[in-house]
Design a protein. Structure first.
Length: 465
């Protein structure tokens, strides 16, 4: 076991035995370290989040179900069920077709693709999905998903910033603690290299940071006092990490997400009959002044990133991987290879090529439904916006379906839809006795039947003696 894995097991032991209310925070911390192993053996490792999710499985045993009938819960069930079926049967049904083997590396696999067969990745990827699904259900059941999402984004952002400073001064003391997954090829972390923080590569950090920045900016706008300041600091750190990652994923995903936000603002402006016109005019004027005075200097780094990326070996390999995966979709008749069967560059192509059209439709329905429900509920608005940002970035350039922050944000967005018209879940600590004598339900309360027509309330008359 790794150092972080030993620490996590100790915390899980305390949490599950005497402090179950801590579990959302524990899951959040583990989700903020997605590229670190809890258990490592040989050339394989189990991520911290999967170890923490095993604790959620234990917590779910014997607990009552959600009892929700919302259609997005049905989409979630269909997604998990179809993933199990196609992962079990896909490598047998389509054995021998050419695929991009996950552990072969994109650059090498594009030049020499492997063949579809059962592998360690097949079992591991479905195991990660099953554990993530259990963690999602637990977080929704105890209403701790928003807390877990906030903790995950803060932990990942702050530790990535701290590691960036350590790398810059040549004292990367976090490496032995966080770079512990044997089956992950970590990018270099020498001074002057692109920042990857506590994730595996700069594009992964860019994806994580875009979601963190989106969550933090919305949370800051909806908070007051010290909480607003704290979220503003997290937003600044996330934006700094995004810039230092110098990733093409960051540039494209940020542009798409900003364009999406502008469209939403325009629609809301029209729907509200022009409410907020002065602020809109001021915002446009400020943006125009900034563009005229500092536009070239602000765009220069972006143009440099795009120029370096387009035509590079990495760009060609990723584009080739996505193009090749369209052929995998056709070879599997739109059913998919099963999880762990093919690894392109884009999340959209990863869904289509591994889970096929049925899985892609189920996931899309789930994501759209819970995001719509989340943005209509004040407490989950930051999570809804962050999930949109994360999915945009993943579609651009990160294919992993088992990304911990993805499932934590799905849980946060699902809370309003899946717990509607239900009583709030009790604090998961031990039940406390009632207040004693009095009208409360606790031990010692005197039982008094309510007045009925056959037992009239006596009325005293006359002066007191």
């Amino acid at each position: 076991m790794t150092v972080l894995g030993i620490a996590l097991l100790g915390v899980l032991g305390v949490t599950l035995s005497i402090r179950p209310a801590w579990l959302p925070v524990v899951l959040g911390v583990a989700a903020g370290l997605p590229a670190s192993a809890g258990v490592a053996f040989g050339e394989n490792g189990v991520p911290l989040f999967s170890v923490a999710a095993a604790g959620a499985v234990i917590a779910l045993v014997g607990s009552r179900g959600l009892g929700t009938a919302h259609w997005t819960a049905n989409a979630f069930a269909v997604l998990i069920a179809w993933s199990a079926v196609i992962t079990a049967l896909g490598p047998w049904m389509f054995a021998g077709i050419r695929v991009l083997v996950p552990r072969g590396g994109v650059d090498e696999q594009v030049l020499d693709p492997g063949t579809l067969q059962y592998s360690v990745s097949t079992v591991a990827q479905f195991g990660y999905l099953a554990l993530s699904a259990c963690a999602t259900l637990h977080l929704v059941r105890v209403r701790g998903a928003v807390t877990a999402a906030a903790v995950a984004l803060v932990v990942g952002t702050v530790l990535s910033s701290i590691r960036g400073v350590m790398v810059a001064v040549g004292a990367d003391v976090l490496a032995p603690l966080v770079d512990t997954m044997p089956n992950i090829q970590y990018s270099e972390t020498d001074p002057g290299d692109r920042l990857r923080g506590v994730l595996s590569e700069p594009s992964e950090l860019a994806t994580f940071s875009l979601a963190a920045a989106a969550f933090a900016v919305v949370a800051a706008m909806r908070a007051n006092g010290r909480r607003r300041l704290l979220w503003a600091v997290v937003c600044a750190l996330a934006c700094s990490n995004l810039l230092q990652a110098s990733s093409g994923t960051a540039v494209v995903a940020s542009a798409v997400f900003i364009a999406f936000g502008l469209v939403v603002l325009a629609v809301r402006y029209v729907a509200r009959g022009g409410t907020g016109t002065p602020w809109l005019v001021i915002g446009l004027l400020v943006a125009g002044i900034v563009a005229l005075t500092a536009g070239d200097r602000l765009l220069a780094p972006v143009q440099e990133i795009v120029a370096d990326k387009v035509g590079s070996t990495s760009y060609n390999a990723r584009t080739g991987a996505d193009t090749f995966s369209w052929g995998v979709v056709a070879d599997t008749l739109g059913l998919g290879t099963g999880l762990g069967g093919n690894r392109p560059s884009s999340f959209a192509l990863a869904l289509l090529s591994t889970l096929g059209i049925p899985g892609t439709v189920a996931f899309t329905a789930l994501a759209v439904g819970i995001v719509v429900a989340a943005v209509r509920t004040p407490r989950t608005v930051p999570a809804g916006i962050a999930l949109v940002a994360l999915l945009v970035a993943k579609v651009v350039g990160t294919p992993d379906f088992s990304t911990p922050i993805l499932w934590v944000l799905i849980a946060a967005c699902a809370v309003p839809a899946w717990t509607r018209d239900q009583r709030p879940a009790p604090d998961t600590g031990r039940l406390r006795p009632g207040p004693g004598p009095g009208p409360g339900p606790g031990p010692g309360a005197e039982h008094r039947p309510p007045p009925t027509p056959t037992s009239p309330i006596p009325i005293r008359t006359g002066a007191r003696p």
